[in-house]
Design a protein around this ligand. Structure first.
Ligand SMILES: [Fe+2]
Ligand SMILES: [Fe+2]
Length: 480
C-alpha cells in the first residue's frame, strides 16, 4: 500500500474530513400524511393527481417545477408569496421507427416519394398524430388523456431551508395543494462565482434510443434546428440568464467527431457569453480527426494534458479521458495523468472541482453501461485526490444520468445530457465555504417537446433511470 492509500484510509476514517451535505426535499400531495392539508384550507389529492407536477430542481432560493402534461391552457402556480402564471405548451408527440424502417403503409404527395427512410419519417412527422398506426411505427401524441403538453416553471426569490406549500390551479378550476418543497441550506460565506456545466451535447446526432429509434418530429417537419443544436443553444441561453461566469462542457461534444460536427459544436460553444472550458469524450475520438485543431479554428481551445483554472473560491481541474477504446465507449486516464490531476487539485489553497467525461468506476467489474474509467485507474485517481485535497468534488458526464455518490471524503456527481431526458444543465454556485450543485431542465418548449419524447426510450425505462433522485441532482457541500 502506497503513501497515498494510507493517507486516503486515514481521511476516510476521519469524520472531520467529510463535507457536510444539505439536500432539498419534495413531497407530492399524495405522499403527504393526514395533516397534508392542515392550515391551508385546500383540498389534498389522495389518488390520481389532477396535475402531475413535481419539483425537478431546488436550491437555496429557487425551485423548478415540471410536469409531463397540463390540465388546461392557463396555469397558475403559487409557492409561498411567489405566483407564476403561464400558458400550457402544445402536446408533445412521439415519432418512432424500428431501426430506420417505417413499418406502417405510407400515403402522401409526390414530394414525399423519396426512397430514404428519412423522407418517409418527415412525411409522418408533418401528417401529425395518427391513432391508427401501431405504437412503434409512426407518430402518436404523448399523455393523450391530458388536454395540453409538458412544461416547467422556475420560481425564484425563496428563502433557504424553508418548506413551502405548492398550490396550483387552472383556468376555471379549483386551487389545490400539489405538494411541499423544502429549499436547501447553502454553504457558509459569500457567493463568489457561478459555473454552468453542460455535458453530452452530441452535435450531429439524428435519433435517440435503442429497441426502436426516436426521431425529432419537430425538426423533420418544420425545418427547425436539429434537437442537439436546439438543446445546446437553449441551455447556454438559460445559463446566461442564471448568471454564469464560466461554462464547462464535459465531453461528447459530437456524435462521431466528423469535421463538420466539430465545427458546429465549436462555433456554438465559442459564441457563449462567458469563457468556456471543455474536455473531450469518447464520441469525440472516433474518426481520427484532429479534433482539437478543428475546435480551435472555431475559437474553442481544448487542452490535452490535465490543466487547471482558478475561479474565486475554487480550483477547477480538467482532464481528457477520451483516449480509451472508442468501440466500447471506454475511457482512459493513465495513473501518471491521474496523479497530475491530484497534484493540480492539491496545489490549490482552495477546494477543487475536477471535471472529467468518464466517471470513475467504483467496482472491479462494471455493473452500469456505458463503462467509466477502468477500475485500477479510477482507484488510483480517487485515492490520490483524497490524499492531496479531500475537499474535492468530481463532476462527470458520459452516462447521461444524474447520480451522486461518495468515495471516502470525495463526492462524485454525474450529470445528464443536454439533449435527452430530462435534458438540462447544472449550475454550480461556489461559496466561501463550499459548493452548491443544482441541475435544471432546459425549459424552452421546443426542447422540452423533444426531451419529453425521449423519456419513452428503451421501452420507457429511460425516463425512470436517467433523472436520478432530487438529492442526486441538487445538493450543497460545506467543506470542513
Ligand atoms: Fe454521451
Ligand atoms: Fe460518453
Amino acid at each position: 500500500m502506497g503513501a497515498g492509500s494510507r493517507a486516503f484510509l486515514r481521511a476516510r476514517r476521519s469524520p472531520t474530513a467529510l463535507p457536510e451535505v444539505s439536500e432539498p426535499a419534495w413531497a407530492s400531495s399524495t405522499a403527504l400524511g393526514p395533516s397534508g392539508s392542515a392550515g391551508t384550507g385546500l383540498p389534498r389529492l389522495r389518488h390520481r393527481p389532477a396535475w402531475p407536477l413535481s419539483a425537478f430542481a431546488a436550491d437555496d432560493t429557487s425551485v423548478q417545477l415540471c410536469w409531463p402534461a397540463s390540465p388546461a391552457g392557463e396555469l397558475r402556480i403559487e409557492v409561498g408569496d411567489a405566483v407564476v402564471e403561464l400558458e400550457a405548451s402544445p402536446k408533445a408527440s412521439l415519432l418512432v421507427s424500428l431501426y430506420g424502417r417505417v413499418l406502417a403503409p405510407m400515403s402522401g404527395g409526390p414530394e414525399h416519394q423519396g426512397p430514404s427512410s428519412l423522407n418517409r419519417l418527415a412525411r409522418l412527422a408533418s401528417a401529425g398524430p395518427s391513432s391508427h398506426l401501431p405504437v412503434l411505427a409512426g407518430t402518436r401524441q404523448l399523455d393523450r388523456a391530458w388536454p395540453a403538453g409538458p412544461g416547467s416553471a422556475l420560481v425564484e426569490g425563496l428563502s433557504p431551508c424553508t418548506t413551502y406549500d405548492v398550490v396550483v390551479s387552472t383556468e376555471g378550476g379549483p386551487r389545490f395543494l400539489a405538494g411541499r418543497v423544502t429549499t436547501m441550506r447553502p454553504p457558509p460565506g459569500r457567493l463568489l462565482c457561478r459555473v454552468a456545466v453542460l455535458s453530452d451535447v452530441h452535435i450531429g446526432e439524428k435519433h435517440f434510443g435503442a429497441l426502436g429509434r426516436l426521431w425529432d418530429g419537430l425538426g423533420l417537419a418544420s425545418g427547425t434546428e436539429p434537437y442537439p443544436v436546439r438543446a445546446l443553444r437553449s441551455a447556454v441561453t438559460e445559463a446566461a440568464a442564471w448568471g454564469a461566469d464560466l461554462y464547462v462542457v464535459k465531453g461528447d461534444l459530437t456524435r462521431l467527431a466528423t469535421a463538420a460536427e466539430l465545427r458546429d459544436a465549436g462555433s456554438l460553444l465559442a459564441a457563449a457569453p462567458a469563457p468556456v472550458e471543455a474536455v473531450l469524450g469518447n464520441h469525440d475520438n472516433v474518426l481520427g480527426v484532429n479534433m482539437r485543431a478543428v475546435l480551435a479554428s472555431q475559437g474553442l481551445g481544448v487542452g490535452w494534458w490535465p490543466w487547471a483554472r482558478d475561479v474565486p473560491g475554487a480550483r477547477l481541474v480538467f482532464a481528457n479521458t477520451a483516449g480509451g477504446d472508442a468501440r466500447h465507449n471506454a475511457g482512459s486516464l493513465p495513473t501518471a495523468l491521474g496523479r497530475r490531476v491530484a497534484a493540480l487539485a492539491g496545489d490549490a489553497p482552495t477546494p477543487a472541482i475536477v471535471f472529467l467525461h468518464h466517471p470513475p468506476e467504483l467496482r472491479r467489474y462494471p455493473t452500469v453501461y456505458p463503462p467509466g474509467l477502468p477500475y485500477s485507474q479510477s482507484r488510483d485517481l480517487l485515492e490520490a485526490l483524497a490524499s492531496s485535497n479531500p475537499s474535492t468534488l468530481v463532476s462527470c458526464g458520459h452516462r447521461h444520468r444524474n447520480r451522486r455518490y461518495r468515495y471516502g471524503p470525495l463526492v462524485v456527481a454525474e450529470t445528464g445530457s443536454t439533449k435527452d431526458y430530462p435534458g438540462g444543465w447544472a449550475g454550480y454556485k461556489i461559496y466561501e465555504g463550499g459548493v452548491l450543485q443544482c441541475v435544471r431542465r432546459t425549459a424552452e418548449p421546443d426542447v422540452v417537446a423533444w426531451t419529453e419524447a425521449t423519456k419513452r426510450a428503451l421501452n420507457g425505462q429511460w425516463g425512470r433511470w436517467s433523472p436520478g433522485r432530487l438529492a442526486d441532482r441538487c445538493f450543497s457541500l460545506t467543506w470542513r
